[in-house]
Design a protein around this ligand. Structure first.
Ligand code: SF4
Ligand code: FES
Length: 254
């Protein structure tokens, strides 16, 4: 590697067993025009400070594990280049709105629990025997949900969402996009099961249309659109429920 150019990476460090508060640590990293921010972090780990802790795997914006805040924006570290932050420093910290386990590693438990609540898997209308054949789908039917199926669970949208930051009960953009991925699948019959999550105060109505989730999504999923697609149906269910004679009588007697 040519060492003609260097850039400073200011990385937020936090080791809970020894730090009361996160702290910034600066590293001078030699870089070439093709080096990603993730490669800058790997250079630090390999050559300057082996204690720096971060997640990564694929290095090609597929696994979703290298998300962090870079100059204040949620990014995949493998998807952005050091050259674009010159002359630096490049400020790198853990994704906003999540507890930090160590340095750039966040605790994803809250998202994983929310993902379970949205039933993000195919729920067929009924059992199908092998003799009846596979569940078939046309390319047009696949187009309906294809964009939402690109989600890689990177959680950048959660770090970008002010509502999630203020109200952690909000199910949030990524999980609601995955909910819609299955609702729009012609092979799925589980949307009624998902209504309870959609209609809850912390479901789609927790979204206030900021839209930054869709701007930062590295896969073009557009979670804000998925959320908005659910609002008319949720409103209709609320209205129909409110108009039910039994419901009105019940409320009138209260
Ligand atoms: S919707 Fe986009 S930003 Fe959010 S978790 Fe999925 S891929 Fe990441
Ligand atoms: S290392 Fe897999 S998305 Fe960045």
């Amino acid at each position: 590697m040519s060492e003609s150019q260097r850039i400073t990476l200011a990385v937020q460090r936090f080791h809970p067993e020894q730090d009361a508060e996160p702290r910034w640590q600066r590293y001078a990293v030699p870089y070439t025009p093709d080096m990603s921010v993730l490669e800058g972090l790997q250079y630090i780990k390999d050559h300057l400070d082996g204690s720096l802790t971060f997640r990564w795997s694929c290095r090609m914006a597929i696994c979703g594990s290298c998300g962090c805040m870079i100059d204040g924006e949620p990014e995949l570290a493998c998807h952005v280049f050091l050259r674009d932050y010159a002359p630096g420093p490049v400020w790198v910290s853990a994704l906003d709105h999540f507890p930090v386990q160590r340095d750039l590693v966040i605790d994803q438990s809250d998202f994983l629990e929310k993902l379970e609540t949205v039933h993000a898997y195919l729920i067929p209308a009924g059992e199908r025997t092998a003799a009846e054949g596979t569940y078939r789908q046309t390319p047009e039917q696949m187009t309906d949900y294809y964009a939402y199926a690109q989600c890689i669970n990177c959680l950048l949208c959660y770090a970008a969402c002010p509502q999630y930051g203020w109200h952690p009960d909000f199910v949030g953009p990524g999980a609601l996009a995955l909910l819609q991925r299955y609702n729009l699948d012609s092979r799925d019959a589980g949307s009624e099961l998902r209504h309870a999550v959609v209609d809850a105060e912390q479901g789609v109505w927790g979204c206030t249309l900021v839209g930054h989730c869709s701007e930062v999504c590295p896969k073009g999923v557009d979670p804000a659109r998925a959320i908005n697609q659910n609002k008319p149906g949720s409103s209709a269910r609320y209205l129909l429920d409110w108009l039910r004679p039994g419901r009105r009588r019940q409320e009138g007697s209260e």
